[in-house]
Design a protein around this ligand. Structure first.
Ligand code: NAD
Ligand code: IPM
Ligand code: MN
Length: 406
């Protein structure tokens, strides 16, 4: 791995400069375990300030990615996607973390609050595989690691693009790529996922269980605003909010009121509303009518599995868990698929497309586009794993895609 060295030059007129510069750079050094600072004297003169700014720029150019493959096929598709990301030539440094079922079963460790703080401080993005292992029945590690990142790092917008790359992948008759091209923005930090509730008279015939659906004004407003901004950035003209306000009147009422208020600020975008059950029908019958959908955490989870089916299956679907301006996390939509693990059959495309989303988010737009184009080429060439009707193995598909982007 390449090491970024920061060299501070100084002269006898500014003897305290190395100390001051160390302070300035300390933040950068903490963020990158690979950076080192050397203070040397600049006997030949020259402006030390200039040197510092040059060195800082050098260090900032490289982005740091925390990699968490997790469980099952996550351990195959994430290294595969990283091969493709590397093939683009982007200046990234990767650091692996072994959080997942094996580690949990070995020493009981899932993740701690300090880890979330470390990810935010030291990394520009996090790239995650999947969490879930039949040996961990409680699924506690998935909850603490995956939902932990979403909640503790406040990654409030779960962006899940739904794009059909080739008609052959779609189970709908009359499918065409131009008919299926929309994005679901799922609220990612609230709702029933907050795990608030309890049981009363447990294990008796009178047992009562509650599971609260938490919706805050702040949480609802920021994700709706994100959806409108996303629509603008991507040249979309419509944002559709989906809820179940005919039944869940308090939470739905808040979503409705906030949606209408925020929509007024975006005169160029048409606001639309559907009940989430009706939206499921629409997604299958008229997917071409959809552009940007914004919805709560649970509805977003459910409709994006349906949406994944339109794209060819879970193996094709990508996502980003985003808080603008903060360290964000990228992961394929699929889970750890335990029966497929270790067999070289997992579809790496969802992970690769998630890697492309990460590059786009970090400002490497052309490289992200190259990755998407290479995936489309692989689909056209039938470089496909069995879940999408192909006969190739994970490794062969990745080799093809990595070669096309390099
Ligand atoms: P899953 O996504 O692992 O699998 C669902 C179906 O899709 C299976 O038939 C599987 O074989 C197929 N599939 C998924 N990804 C594929 C790929 N890349 N290539 C080929 N086929 C693929 O969902 P599940 O079976 O409901 O869950 C398995 C475990 O994963 C559970 O422990 C669950 O909690 C967990 N899970 C984790 C995440 C995550 O970490 N983001 C998401 C969903 C499920
Ligand atoms: C997803 C998954 C997760 C979720 C699970 C694994 C907790 O299904 O990312 O869609 O429900 O959000
Ligand atoms: Mn899901």
């Amino acid at each position: 791995m390449e090491k970024t060295r920061l060299v501070i030059l100084t002269n006898s007129l500014t003897p305290n400069l190395p100390l001051a510069a160390n302070g300035l750079l300390a933040n950068e050094c903490r963020r990158s375990p690979l950076a080192s600072v050397a203070c040397i004297s600049n006997r030949g003169g020259g402006s030390p300030e200039t040197c510092i700014s040059v060195m800082l720029t050098l260090n900032m150019d490289r982005k740091r990615i925390a990699v968490v493959p997790g469980d099952g096929i996550g351990k195959e598709v994430i290294p595969a996607a990283i091969d493709v990301v590397r093939a683009t030539g982007v200046p990234l440094d990767f650091s692996d973390f072994d959080w997942g079922a094996d580690r949990y079963l070995r020493d009981g460790y899932t993740i701690r609050n300090e880890d979330f703080a470390m990810l935010e401080r030291e990394f520009d993005a996090v790239f995650v595989g999947a969490m879930g292992d039949p040996r961990v029945k409680s699924n506690v590690h998935a909850k603490e690691i995956l939902l932990g990142m979403r909640f503790q790092m406040d990654l409030y917008a779960n962006v899940r693009p739904v794009k059909l790359l080739d008609a052959s992948l779609c189970p709908l008759k009359d499918a065409a790529p131009e008919r299926i091209d929309f994005t679901v923005i799922r609220e990612n930090t609230e709702g029933v996922y907050m795990d608030m509730g309890g049981t009363f008279k447990r294990d008796t015939p009178d047992e009562v269980a509650t599971q609260e659906d938490i919706n805050t004004r702040k949480g609802v407003e920021r994700v709706i605003r994100y959806a409108f901004d996303y629509a603008r950035r991507h040249g979309r003209k419509r944002v559709l909010m989906a809820d179940k306000s005919n039944v869940m009147s308090y939470a739905g009422g808040l979503w409705q009121r906030v949606f209408q208020l925020v929509a007024k600020e975006y005169a160029d975008i048409t606001p639309q509303h559907m009940y989430v059950d009706a939206l499921c029908l629409q997604m299958v019958r008229e997917p071409q009518s959809l552009e940007v959908i914004v919805t709560n955490n649970m509805f977003g989870d459910i409709i994006t599995d349906l949406a994944a089916a339109l794209q060819g299956g879970l193996g094709m679907a990508a996502s980003g868990n985003i808080h603008p301006g903060k360290t964000s996390m990228f992961e394929p939509v699929h889970g750890s698929a335990p029966p497929l693990a270790g067999k070289n059959v997992a579809n790496p495309m969802g992970a690769i497309l998630s890697g492309a989303m990460m590059l786009e988010h970090l400002g490497f737009e052309s490289e992200a586009k190259r990755m998407e184009t290479a995936v489309v080429a692989a689909v056209k060439e039938k470089m496909l794993t069995p879940d999408v009707g192909g006969t190739k193995g994970t490794a062969e598909v990745v080799k093809f895609i990595a070669k096309s982007v390099s």
